[in-house]
Design a protein around this ligand. Structure first.
Ligand SMILES: Nc1ncnc2c1ncn2[C@@H]1O[C@H](COP(=O)(O)OP(=O)(O)O)[C@@H](O)[C@H]1O
Ligand SMILES: [Mg+2]
Length: 238
């Protein structure tokens, strides 16, 4: 099995995002937008989804000091917080992973009732394909009563129907964290581990480099005279 890749995601009601719609992700995806338009919210939403699957809802929310801070629209200064009893606009995460032999779709819906947050709906659908044809489909679904149910289909015919798995805990995901984790990881670019930037000197030497570069040797020797370290740096780069 090749390493799965995240094909697309969709986030609703997380931080700045009301509805991201389906965001298709390529090998390299660039997010461009004004400050506050939701670029970071999208990434943070994905990281939060992963954290909930791996560590549970409560722990994932610790990072944000509580669900109410990341629930879209709850903290807008222009609007008062949601009145008690208003649980509209559930937070939703959805992700599609694909490798050479299977597609994994994972969806989760989180909401709050009487100050309790819980996973309201959840599903993980794994579709095994062989030469473009669907061979097997596994559906793991958390129903409204909070039970995890497993359906299995082979060549589109159900072979296991409504197989009860277990009672799902309110803050615990039923999504298989291992399968989920294989497909994606976050690389933290922590500035403190990248080293301090080196201040650049811009003293001009006696020799100016000609446009056609014809005096490059003279120019480099001049740099060597001014700053040996800079010269060594240039050599190393070359
Ligand atoms: N719970 C929330 N509901 C609505 N807006 C929020 C919420 N939390 C943060 N925001 C808003 O999200 C914006 C920041 O979004 P962000 O994704 O960081 O933007 P970008 O990375 O594109 O600059 C801020 O304007 C902030 O007020
Ligand atoms: Mg940002």
């Amino acid at each position: 099995m090749s390493k799965p890749r995240v094909q697309s995601c969709k986030i609703e009601n997380f931080k700045a995002i009301r509805d991201s719609k389906t965001v298709r992700l390529g090998p390299l995806t660039v997010l461009i937008g004004n400050n506050g338009s939701g670029k970071s919210s999208l990434i943070e939403g994905l990281a939060t989804f992963q954290a909930i699957v791996e560590r549970g809802l409560d722990e994932a929310m610790l990072t944000w000091r509580g669900f109410e801070h990341v629930w879209h629209g709850n903290l807008e200064s222009r609007r008062p917080p949601r009145p008690a009893g208003d649980y509209s606009g559930a937070m939703k995460f959805s992700l599609r992973l694909k490798d050479s032999s299977q597609i994994i779709q994972a969806r989760m819906q989180i909401t709050m009732r009487d100050d309790e947050i819980f996973i309201q709906r959840e599903e993980m659908i794994t579709t095994q394909t062989r030469s473009g044809k669907i061979k097997r489909r596994d559906e793991l679904i958390r129903d409204v009563e909070g039970r995890a149910i497993h359906h299995q289909f082979e060549d589109a015919a159900p072979i296991v129907k409504d197989k009860y798995v277990k009672n799902a805990r309110p803050g615990r995901s039923i999504i298989d964290a291992e399968a989920f984790r294989q497909g994606w990881q976050f690389i933290a670019l922590a500035p403190q581990t990248m080293g301090a930037p080196v201040p650049q000197k811009r003293t001009r030497g006696a020799i100016r480099l000609a446009r056609d570069g014809s005096n490059i040797a003279e120019f480099l020797l001049d740099i060597r005279k001014i700053d040996r370290q800079a010269f060594a740096g240039i050599l190393e780069t070359l």
